[in-house]
Design a protein around this ligand. Sequence first.
Ligand code: CAA
Length: 385
Amino acid sequence: MEYFLNEQQKAIKRLARTIAEEKILPVRAELDEREEFPWAIMKDLADADMFGVFIPEEYGGVGEGCLALCLVVEELSRVCSSIAISFAASALGSLPLIMYGTEEQKRKYLSDIVCGKRLAAFALTESTAGSDAGAIKTTANQVEGGYILNGTKQFITNGGEAEIYTVIALTNKGKGTRGASAFLVEKDTPGFSFGRKEKKMGIRASSTRELVFEDCLVPEENMIGRGGMGFIMTMIVLDCSRPGIGAQAVGLAQGALEAAVDYAQQRIQFEHPIISIQAVQHMLADMDIQLEAARLMVYAAARTIDSGARNFTEESAMAKVFASDMAMRVTTDAVQIFGGVGYMRDYPVEKMMRDAKITQIYEGTNQVLRNVIASELRKRNAMRE
Ligand code: CAA
């Protein structure tokens, strides 16, 4: 399949694959078992300038945008999506800054993010505000010189490991989604601490943690964008980042498919490799078809974003939903093709199936995203009437 990648994009993809195979493959099972954050790999990615692929050139990045980010996430996920999401979550944490930050904020914070010196994270979700993101309760009350943050964020990817956090909090409680604002909060800020570290089904080498704000003073100049625009900025940022979750799902499924084909060629039953059985061939063919369709949707959504299009809510949500549902099916079928041994931790498909589940849940559950897609359909229909 020709993906029409330019030379730069092809080089980025190749480099990400090399890092994944040389550095990640030997340690992925151990990091998963120990639930250990992949700091050494983050360093390898930093040394290879991977943290800058999507960051504009004027801030030290490569400036290749969303598609390049997706290519890196895909290649890392082909080997380990838990390490890939630690990388991708830093990109999500820095997107509000890139898209809405002041020149001064960008110069101050992107210089450390672009070289991988400091990781970023994005903090929206709370215990009572998951799919209903507008129901956040964390407050940011204006005082002289800044804002006092109070509240607890839940399930924050890179929580505790990142040093720069984009935090969404209410600056005007009575105004609903129009009362939220975005803030940059640094790790060592007094009043900012970390709570429970989650024990997860999959992506176990990534950190998922609570952020606790208790009378945490954030300087005025750390507000990102205009006050009251935090929710809308969040929606647009998530529209930009969801193809990255699609890419995670595509990479994960690619790894599972390759493992399943290898195994089906080696495994002898009834005196023949099981790949000679038509039932197995059809499973593999369906996995391949679905995977390729998802990859094309993810690349198309990323290219739409990079083209400067104004609205890509639907393309982005469709790519994330389709790819993550596909990854759940493909990894489950890969375990099925492995049979009994596929269920054991000695083989990689067991981990891939566990890792796939979260792609249907985070950055918008697939149910909420279907609502979003339906709402876009209704808007388009209303415009035709
Ligand atoms: N682009 C621009 N503006 C948008 C928008 C978009 N995609 N979506 C909504 N808006 C605007 C609306 O136009 C509206 O603006 P006005 O104030 O001018 O009317 C405003 O935002 C509020 O919109 P809604 O009334 O539609 O808001 P809602 O409260 O009904 O919620 C929702 C809508 C889509 C369900 C939203 O709550 C949502 O996206 N939920 C999913 C949350 C999510 O994705 N969380 C992911 C957390 S991050 C994460 O998971 C990262 C990780 O760990 C790796």
